[in-house]
Design a protein around this ligand. Structure first.
Ligand code: SF4
Ligand code: SF4
Length: 82
């Protein structure tokens, strides 16, 4: 479990990009990613959870296998636009 500020850099790798608005925090992409690129992110105010989503914490480890994109039922991960 990690907590971080959302930045442009942690929503994409060289191969895929995340649509944060579409992420439902189901965590299927984390389970399937062989490179451990993805991890859970939580935003709390005090003790209250106000937002959770996946983030790409280790973008350099992404191999472009697209397993995460195929696993996401909410189309929150797509091929990175150039
Ligand atoms: S599989 Fe899709 S909806 Fe689920 S955590 Fe990953 S990006 Fe979010
Ligand atoms: S493309 Fe493959 S290596 Fe890259 S984040 Fe998705 S599952 Fe992980």
């Amino acid at each position: 479990m990690r907590s971080t500020r959302l930045t442009h850099e942690n929503t994409r790798t060289a191969f895929v990009q995340l649509n944060s608005d579409a992420c439902t925090a189901c965590w299927k992409c984390i389970e399937i990613c062989p490179g451990k690129v993805l991890d859970k992110s939580f935003l709390f105010i005090g003790d209250t959870l106000i937002h959770e989503q996946v983030l790409m914490y280790d973008a350099s480890a992404c191999t472009g296998c697209l397993e995460c994109m195929q696993a996401c039922e909410f189309n929150a991960i797509g091929i990175k636009k150039q």
